[in-house]
Design a protein around this ligand. Structure first.
Ligand code: MN
Length: 266
């Protein structure tokens, strides 16, 4: 009775393993990416009541909801981008299960993002992280902490006449993570894995282009990255199993070492 899952269960029950929610609450107010008007637009989250213990259903309550695949805290599958369109196992219903439960490295770019809303994480920043915490292991999620999740309303998308302004990785950083570290994917606190001005990069939207072209995934609109250690957490990020889906809203949870004083789930 001391197998690895029993020890996990004991850790959860005792609070020695803590569960952290990295998910924003999904509602109609949560901002979505806005593209130039000539392109199709992602729909916001909508919800309508079907019945509420009333004449429409006296003993039950339920709702219909609708939204774009890329709404709220959400998962990007490789088929989201043209560079990954022909890859096998590239949609949310086929992406390998090992991608959905995996260790995370959290690179703290919050100071840089506070100084510069267009901050681009570069290879030097990743190497600085590795000098302090050791090499990013193959098969990890890399989460770029910017504290952007704490921004409210229009500051979140930060749209101006020349487009959105928010931090992200530069092209070389993404290529390094894909080619040299073989990560599972990149997670951000902003509305995309790319910076707000990444349309001007070469190639445009380099995180989408390189990650998805290599079969890697994305997580966006994460919150609570400030609660995670640089290394040592495990991320659970399982999108809805939409046939041929390119992404999905989801609940992202992290397990991390806790103090043992906090009951599980609080
Ligand atoms: Mn997306």
């Amino acid at each position: 009775m001391d197998d690895i899952l029993s020890r996990l269960a004991k850790g959860l029950a005792s609070g020695l393993i803590e569960i952290v929610d990295l998910t924003h609450t999904l509602d109609a107010d949560f901002p979505v990416m806005i593209l130039p008007p000539e392109f199709g637009q992602c729909a916001r989250f909508r919800i309508e009541e079907v019945s509420c213990y009333d004449e429409r259903g006296p003993a039950w309550k339920w709702n219909n909801f609708s939204c774009g695949e890329h709404t709220g805290t959400h998962f990007d599958a490789p088929s989201h981008w043209v560079s990954g369109k022909d890859l096998p196992y590239g949609s949310v219903d086929t992406v390998p299960l090992g991608n959905l439960v995996a260790p995370a490295c959290v690179i703290d770019c919050s100071a840089e993002a506070e100084q510069n809303e267009d901050y681009l994480m570069d290879v030097d920043k990743i190497r600085e992280f590795e000098s302090a915490h050791g090499e990013i292991q193959r098969g990890s999620w890399v989460l770029m902490r910017t504290d952007w999740s704490q921004k409210k309303g229009s500051e979140y998308i930060n749209l101006r006449e020349d487009g959105a302004h928010s931090p992200g990785p530069n092209a070389d950083a993404v290529r390094f993570l894909v080619d040299e570290r073989d990560i599972i994917g990149l997670g951000t606190e902003t509305v995309g894995t790319d910076a707000g001005q990444a349309f001007h990069a070469n190639p445009p939207y380099p995180a989408h282009f390189y990650l998805h072209g290599a079969g890697k995934c994305g997580l966006q609109c994460l919150s609570g990255l400030d609660r995670l250690p640089a290394k040592g957490s495990i991320i659970f990020a399982a999108p809805l199993k939409i046939r041929n889906g390119t992404g999905s809203p989801l609940r992202v949870l992290a397990l991390m070492n806790g103090s043992g004083n906090i009951p599980c789930g609080s």
